[in-house]
Design a protein around this ligand. Sequence first.
Ligand code: FE2
Length: 140
Amino acid sequence: MEKKSLITWTEEYELGYNTIDEQHKKLVEIINNLYNAFVEAHAMDVISEILNEMLDYTAYHFKTEEDFFVKNNYPEMENHNKEHRLFVEKTKGFINKYSTQDANLTYDVMNFLRGWLLAHIQGSDREYSRYFKKMGIKEI
Ligand SMILES: [Fe+2]
């Protein structure tokens, strides 16, 4: 079956730091996988797996950013990292709720993942990329 996208990656989402852009694309791919399962009506079979994959991959991704912030003394790191922690809490909450097998939850999960990721990339992530570019840092 043809793959459908809940999020279509565009240049608009690019921060210009390759490592980060590639990690963000991977997050988009995970969300799109959930969306495809939803469209094919078997989201309930894969949602726990996908949410766990999301947690694993964001742990890796957030660490990339947070280590970089520490290394370069990013003044906004506390607020930025707080957004990461909230995402983890919320996602863990969804995993727990899933034991109740509520189909409407899939919609909430997709909405949350899509909304959070795009707002984060275009908000706080864009902010640090501007800051580091101004400092002349070419690679993360
Ligand atoms: Fe971030």
